[in-house]
Design a protein around this ligand. Sequence first.
Ligand SMILES: [Zn+2]
Length: 242
Amino acid sequence: MNFERFQRQIIVPELGEEGQQLLPKKHIVIIGGGGLGSNSSNILTRIGIGSIDIVDDDLVELPNLYRTSIFNEEDVGRPKCQILEEKLQKINSEVRIRGIKKRVTKENIHSIVKNADIILDGTDNMQTRFLINDISIKHNIPWVYAGVYSTVGMIMGIHPKHTPCLKCISQSIPEKTGEIPILGNLPLTIASIECTEAMKLLLGKQLSGFIIYDVWNQSFEQMNIKRNPRCSCCQRGIFEFL
Ligand SMILES: [Zn+2]
């Protein structure tokens, strides 16, 4: 990959030339191409990840536009993953971008993530997140959880056997309560933090634990949660969503 484009990123000590050289060798699978997934795939393409798959089976709708930085009115009615593939490829032609028009299920998730160095959460539901968590722990693939609600985002990098998994901190799926409120600028901010934790996982750096950021009140909380010794998933190997 042409490194000229990264000259001001290479001089960031946390990354350095060594880190920058590692990124093009990595393959990331992003599950969901909406507010979080479209913004994180945009960031990851620009910073020099080598290969990115975006898995989504939805079409772009007008109410999506206010919270993404990639889609526009011409894209309405077309598949999100296809638009992302087309547009991101123009940002860096050396990155291998693949839009995969599928809904992730327990039947197909293994074939979707089996070559991933890391999985990114771009979903909007806990059922799929627990499914990602199960496959991550079972096959030792790190992933980054991210969720948004109203003005608040939550992020946690999950490194199997090293950090708590999603099941360590949440035992059950909360009841659905209708449409989720989301402030327009929140997904981009949370996607940015999600990508930072992804880079740390790829480079073997220390993660920042469970992060809660409120984009309205500008409050940032970082919690170091311990692994749950009775976790059914990462301790007892019960993968109930798979
Ligand atoms: Zn666990």
